[in-house]
Design a protein around this ligand. Structure first.
Ligand code: SAH
Length: 382
């Protein structure tokens, strides 16, 4: 059994160091009876060198270093890694309270994009989303968000250039931690806000708050806000996104316009294309009408099949026709290339699959998604 914290002083400063900036680390060092420059050393080793435990920071005095809790930095252990043929890497990280979360590294030329989770699970229950099937466990803390970027850097051996909050969870239900993480990624890891995208399906009242708190925390919101629209009208949107009932599409768009006015940043819209459901020419026409006069960009995402639902991935002809129709109506539009299908890269899929394996339930193999069958489940030893 653990005999409690090794050093009584640390019981009060159990909050992890990851996520703290240089001034806060200096203060922490002073509070520990150390000179301020120890805080600057911690900063260098935590962020630039990516150490996992204070014991690895060899410039710290040995006696002090050895008294510190190994978990003090707050790094998350890697529980599983899954590599796709196209270079996409998906990591499953463990939290201190025994949960697991997903993060994905997506290389493309000079770019390395990290798709980070903001929550474990998600309460929004979008019908086509694997994460939504299990509900919400909890929101992530700042260090658990920042760790994902460090873990991808470590796993892939290169510096991430872009971060998108498009992993598990709804970022606008965790605004403060998301903004603090952005602050840390920019201030301590040297990223630029413009290389960061926050994606939301919409939470009533949250967009004005996001603009206001971003101003307080970051000086100015310069990250990109992406809003998951997925339908050109309220009726269809509610069918796909049950929580949209509480947030009419007109109110959502009005809040987006206000966000643009408040921040001076464009908003982009995501639109998951579901074969035969929302991918018809009439949907593209209606979407173009809805967004007329709105300085925005539409990102089309062909549905990534999940085991729990019978939606179809649209044909590439249907995707192309939808794109062309929007373009002809002067809507700026692009199609997101699907990456890492064989690494279970669709939101929430890796975690669900591993949990099923760990609980002994049979793994479902979907030939439309998986190129290689999953390994047979091996019973735990002992
Ligand atoms: N909760 C936020 C961010 C996480 S999801 C949001 O909804 O925006 C990031 C994007 O992936 C969203 O646009 C979401 O709708 C989309 N997505 C979820 N499941 C998907 C699937 N099976 N195929 C394609 N896109 C999916």
């Amino acid at each position: 059994m653990e005999a409690g914290p090794r050093h009584p002083d640390l019981a009060v400063s159990a909050a992890p160091l990851l996520g703290l900036g240089r001034p806060a680390l200096e203060e922490w060092a002073l509070a520990q009876g150390q000179p301020a420059f120890r805080g600057r050393q911690l900063h260098e080793w935590i962020y630039a060198r990516g150490v996992r435990e204070p014991q690895a920071i060899t410039v710290l005095p040995k006696l002090w270093r050895e008294r510190l809790e190994p978990s003090l930095i707050g790094r998350l252990p890697l529980r599983h890694r899954s590599d796709a043929a196209d270079g996409t890497v998906k990591l499953l990280l463990g939290t201190g309270d025994g949960l697991s979360l997903e993060t994905v590294g997506i290389p493309a030329g000079d770019r390395l994009t990290v798709c980070v989770s903001s929550q474990v699970g998600c309460p929004m229950a979008c019908r086509f989303c694997a994460t939504g099937k299990g509900g919400l466990q909890r929101s992530l803390a700042v260090h658990e968000i920042v760790d994902q970027v460090l873990s991808v850097r470590e796993a892939m051996g290169r510096r991430p250039s872009h971060v998108v909050f498009m992993g598990m969870g709804e970022p606008l239900l965790n605004i403060d931690a998301v903004l603090a993480a952005i602050d840390c990624l920019c201030g301590d890891l040297g990223m630029a806000q413009r290389q960061i995208t926050v994606s939301s399906v919409g939470v009533p009242g949250a967009l004005p708050q996001l603009a206001e708190r971003a101003r307080q925390r970051l000086g100015r919101a310069q990250f990109t806000l992406a809003v998951s629209l997925h339908a050109p009208d309220q009726r269809l949107r509610e069918e796909l996104i049950p929580t949209a009932r509480a947030y009419p599409i007109d109110a959502l768009l009005e809040d987006c316009r206000r966000y643009v006015a408040d921040t001076g940043r464009r908003v982009s819209f995501e639109y998951v294309l579901l074969g035969g459901v929302n991918d018809q020419p009439r949907h593209a026409e209606a979407l173009a009408r809805l967004l007329r006069g709105f300085q925005s960009h539409v990102n089309l995402i062909p549905y990534n099949p999940i085991a729990e639902e019978d939606f179809r991935r649209p044909s590439s002809e249907a995707v192309e026709a939808f794109r062309r129709l929007l373009g002809a109506r002067r809507v700026a539009v692009s199609v997101r290339a699907s990456r890492g299908l064989d690494a279970d890269a669709a939101c929430g899929q890796l975690r669900r699959r591993l949990e099923a394996a760990e609980s002994g339930a049979p793994l479902r193999f979907d030939p439309a998604v998986d190129r290689t069958p999953p390994e047979p489940h091996r019973p735990a030893r002992g």
